[in-house]
Structure formats: structure tokens, C-alpha cells
Design a protein around this ligand. Structure first.
Ligand code: MG
Ligand code: MG
Length: 267
């Protein structure tokens, strides 16, 4: 009989592993702080990518996303940069940001065999009220989810908290992409959906019990409009089907008894 819903031992990180994940996460957080400060109208997303790659390599780490996805269409850059209706996995390009854009920047790094992963959405100059609210609610929903990352809870407690906060504010969540465990691989079990799965989906998203020492990347992807998404012809960029703006915030956290440890907090 197939066993589901059991926590594999490698998902519980030992103290020395948590310290290694923390080091990778520190580099990710500092890269995002640098990018956040650098974002302004006129800068291109390719310039942001170069700055991020140089910084990560200066710390003797590797960009985690570069080459991700296998030989057919490996992700070619350090950052995922997704503007306005782009949700995630946008490719940096020679395109200048302009006043009023919102830009989601996702960054991962590998150091000594362990990964860190985090994302922020940043306003370019002055943005409209809808985008302001979208960014605020998305980041708040991330912290609502993180609060549930305590031992004894289950994966869906995180999902439920994220979903409730976003939907009660009139927003929707990406269904096709989810958060994940993290450690020696960028994406490990468990999948962490930002919605409580329907009965038919529950085999894909086992409602694992959370145990102290699990490392999770929690990452709500939130749309101002409807939840449907499309993928662009580059094979990567995911954007909202109704072309309404989207936001994305992500932290890598360690499950603990009362207060999860957030490893990618920015100074
Ligand atoms: Mg990420
Ligand atoms: Mg992630």
C-alpha cells in the first residue's frame, strides 16, 4: 500500500543543517535588500539581474535559479523578475522599469550545498491604490501563513491562513504554483499550496504534519483579478489571464514549537 502523509526524516533539519540554510538565506535576503534599494524608474531588469548575480558570487555562493529546469529550457538568469500582470518566473530583459509598475523579484542562492529562497514585490515610484493594497495584503498573507508554521499544525493550516486573508480582501491566488520544502534541494516536500485543496487535489498536496526543524518556503502569489494564469511563449513567464496585476512575497522559515524562525528577513 502506498504510504502518504508521512514525514520523511530528511525533511527534519538538524541544527548544523539549519545553520547552513541560514547562511544561504542571509545572502538571499541581502541580495533582495540591494535590489530593493536599486529599483527605480529607468533601470532595466537585466541590470538588476547582473547586480544580483555579482553580489551572490561575491559571497562565494551560486545563483540557485540559473540553469534550473533541465536541458530543454533551463532558466537563464539569477533573478525571476515579474512586472505588473506577470506573477512569477519573469525573465530579466533589456526593458526599463517605469513609474507606476510593481515588480516581483524572486531570488535563490546555494551555499555549501544548501539553498535559501525569498521574494519581494517592490513599487516603482508612485503606484495606484489597487497595487498598493495588493502588495500589502500579499505580504500580510505571507505572515499569516508563517504564523501557522508551528509544530503540531499541518500544511493546510498555512494554506487556509493565506487564502482567508487574500480572499476576504477580494483577491485571488495562483493555483498552478505552490510553496515548498527546502534544504539540500531548492524544491523539496511538502508542497505548500496557498489555498486549501479540493478533495480531488489532496493526493497531490498531502496535508503533512509540521514538525520542528522542517524548512519551508512559503510564497503566496496573489492576483488583483481572477485566479487563472497563462504561460508566455518563453516557456517561463506566468501571467494573469485577465492581465490584472499580481504580487509575490516569500520567506524561508524553520518550523518551531511556538515561533517559526524566518531566515530571509531583511535588515
Ligand atoms: Mg522563490
Ligand atoms: Mg520558492
Amino acid at each position: 500500500m502506498k504510504q502518504v502523509n508521512t514525514v520523511k526524516t530528511y525533511l527534519i533539519k538538524k541544527e548544523n543543517e539549519i545553520l547552513l540554510i541560514e547562511k544561504a538565506c542571509r545572502i538571499v535576503a541581502d541580495t533582495l535588500s540591494l535590489i530593493e534599494k536599486t529599483i527605480k524608474p529607468g533601470i532595466t531588469t537585466l541590470e538588476l539581474d547582473t547586480i544580483a548575480e555579482d553580489y551572490i558570487r561575491s559571497k562565494n555562493a551560486e545563483p540557485a535559479f540559473k540553469g534550473y529546469g533541465g536541458p530543454d529550457n533551463p532558466f537563464p538568469f539569477t533573478l525571476c523578475v515579474s512586472i505588473n500582470e506577470e506573477v512569477v518566473h519573469g525573465l530579466p530583459k533589456n526593458l526599463a522599469l517605469k513609474e507606476g509598475d510593481i515588480v516581483s523579484v524572486d531570488c535563490g542562492a546555494q551555499l555549501n550545498g544548501y539553498f535559501g529562497d525569498s521574494a519581494i514585490t517592490v513599487a516603482v515610484g508612485e503606484i495606484d491604490e489597487e497595487k498598493k493594497k495588493l502588495m500589502k495584503i500579499t505580504e500580510e498573507s505571507l505572515f499569516q501563513g508563517i504564523k501557522q508554521a508551528i509544530s503540531g499544525n499541518k500544511v493546510y493550516d498555512i494554506s487556509r491562513a493565506v487564502q482567508a486573508h487574500c480572499e476576504s480582501n477580494g483577491f485571488s491566488l495562483t493555483r498552478e504554483l505552490v510553496g515548498h520544502g527546502i534544504g539540500k534541494r531548492l524544491h523539496e516536500e511538502p508542497a505548500i499550496p496557498n489555498f486549501v485543496p479540493t478533495l480531488l487535489q489532496r493526493n497531490h498536496f498531502p496535508n503533512l504534519k509540521l514538525l520542528k526543524g522542517m524548512a519551508l518556503a512559503i510564497e503566496p502569489m496573489v492576483h488583483a483579478g481572477k485566479h487563472q494564469v497563462k504561460t508566455a511563449s518563453d516557456g517561463w513567464t506566468v501571467y494573469t489571464a485577465d492581465l490584472k496585476p499580481a504580487a509575490h512575497f516569500e520567506h524561508t522559515v524553520i518550523v518551531d514549537d511556538k515561533h517559526p524562525l524566518i531566515l530571509t528577513l531583511r535588515d
